[in-house]
Design a protein around this ligand. Structure first.
Ligand SMILES: NC(=O)c1ccc[n+]([C@@H]2O[C@H](COP(=O)([O-])OP(=O)(O)OC[C@H]3O[C@@H](n4cnc5c(N)ncnc54)[C@H](OP(=O)(O)O)[C@@H]3O)[C@@H](O)[C@H]2O)c1
Length: 316
């Protein structure tokens, strides 16, 4: 199969290129090359999508994978410029409002607005389906594993590996879904091979935050790790952010915002998405954290100082 990946220099699109190469496919990646390099064996065509797809315009591929994050003009441009038998668009579970309904589509939005992100994804999905009714639309949940730049899942692997008293949000029954980047990538490639289409929530098995912490701790936790549950209202009062970002406890969510972590993994599993154990993702995430440096400034999580202050404030 001759596969075009619009991206390929980092995380999911890089993993998808690697998965396709491992299956013996001919892989072309279109990106600027600023985020990293493409996997060995893939061909990089340097393009800036703000200026169009340049030498790729008018080309035909067996399959295309587009990961455009929040850019409807890029999505439309690719659809009109490239011919392909199979089209995959990587969307997000952020297309759902908290009540599970679909957000209204938006042509553009403020890049920092989470609802705007989902709304532009909805518009992008619609554009893809209008040209390729049999497209694969993957509404990815939290993607974890090696190469993750958001520092969310990796925070927990690194924190538990450091050991000692680790603050965790006291919501062990909170639902959570994660998907390992390598599993999602392999599934995207198999769907392209098989011509699988349809719209799926690309999420892993249903689990809870407590069960996920158990698995991460068992896989990579230091012998002296003690998880210290802190109630959600204490975290809120201390200004700790949920889900992501600086001074956050990643993957923790307010009780009225659980829609995105409660999606049904069944349909994607029935369509062939197989997910490795969380322990495997935790070991790989820790190796990635160690390569980046365990004491670096993080995009998500608590610093050691923030955590100490929280522990003394919570008197736990
Ligand atoms: N991370 C999550 O947990 C999560 C959850 C749900 C959905 N998603 C979705 O999953 C996808 C993730 O994709 P990804 O992991 O490959 O990462 P990404 O950060 O979306 O990067 C995608 C690619 O876009 C390329 N790119 C950026 N600007 C460009 C430009 N002007 N012209 C050409 N190429 C450009 C980058 O390469 P260069 O910089 O080298 O050009 C990179 O290879 C996105 O669609 C995201 O919305 C992610």
């Amino acid at each position: 199969m001759r596969l075009l990946i619009l991206g390929g220099t980092r995380f999911l699109s890089h993993a998808t290129a690697a998965a396709a190469l491992a299956r013996g496919h001919d892989v072309v990646c279109a990106a600027r090359g600023e985020s990293g390099s493409v996997p060995d064996g893939a061909m990089l065509v340097a393009v800036d999508r703000d200026r169009g797809l340049g030498p790729l315009t008018g080309e035909r591929f067996d399959a295309v994978v587009d990961v455009a994050r929040m850019n409807l003009p890029w999505v439309r441009d690719a659809l009109t410029s490239i011919d392909a038998r199979h089209w995959t668009f990587v969307s997000s579970v952020s297309v759902y409002a908290d009540d599970g309904s679909l957000l209204a589509p938006l042509e553009e939005a403020d890049p920092t607005d989470p609802e705007g992100y989902g709304a532009v994804k909805v518009a992008s999905e619609n554009a893809v389906r209008a040209t390729h009714p049999d497209a694969l639309i993957v509404r990815a949940g939290l993607i974890c594993g090696p190469g993750d730049l958001s520092d969310r899942f990796g925070y927990w692997a690194a924190r538990f590996a450091r050991g000692g008293r680790a603050v965790v949000p006291d919501v062990p029954d909170q639902p959570v879904r994660i998907v390992d980047v390598r599993d999602l990538a392999a599934w995207i490639v198999r769907c392209a091979e098989n011509g699988t289409g349809g719209t799926y929530d690309g999420v892993g098995p249903a689990t809870t935050l407590g069960a996920m912490f158990d698995e991460i701790a068992a896989a990579v936790g230091a012998p002296d790790l003690e998880r210290v549950p802190v109630p959600a209202d204490t975290l809120v009062a201390a200004g700790i952010e949920p889900w992501m970002g600086p001074r956050s406890l990643p993957l923790w969510l307010p009780s009225d915002s659980l829609g995105v972590v409660s999606r049904d993994p069944g349909p994607a599993a029935a369509a062939g998405l197989t997910c490795r154990p969380i322990a495997d993702t935790a070991r790989s995430a820790l190796a990635h954290e160690q390569a980046l440096g365990m004491d670096r400034e993080r995009r998500a999580g608590l610093s050691a100082a923030d955590e100490r202050e929280l522990l003394s404030r919570a008197r736990v």
